[in-house]
Design a protein around this ligand. Structure first.
Ligand SMILES: [Zn+2]
Ligand SMILES: [Zn+2]
Length: 72
């Protein structure tokens, strides 16, 4: 994912990401791009996956709609 501020690379998992370029911490809220529900977040073995219950599909972070909130 890209930082909405500087287009830098975001590092993180789940809903918490940090920009490698400008150092801003972002809270990212994901919603399904198809049904606009909030997908369930599953974390196991250090990786996080998102599953939309109403679409019954695994969602990738790239395709979902994202809302960025700056954490100070
Ligand atoms: Zn940035
Ligand atoms: Zn959905």
């Amino acid at each position: 994912m890209e930082c909405p501020e500087c287009r830098g690379k975001l590092n993180g998992a789940g809903n918490s990401y940090t920009c490698a370029e400008c150092g801003v911490n972002w809270q990212v809220d994901f919603t399904c791009n198809v049904c606009h529900e909030t997908p369930e977040m599953d974390s196991h073995c250090g990786s996080v996956s998102f599953f939309c219950k109403s679409c019954k599909k695994l969602k990738s972070r790239e395709t979902m709609e994202k809302t960025f909130t700056r954490n100070s």
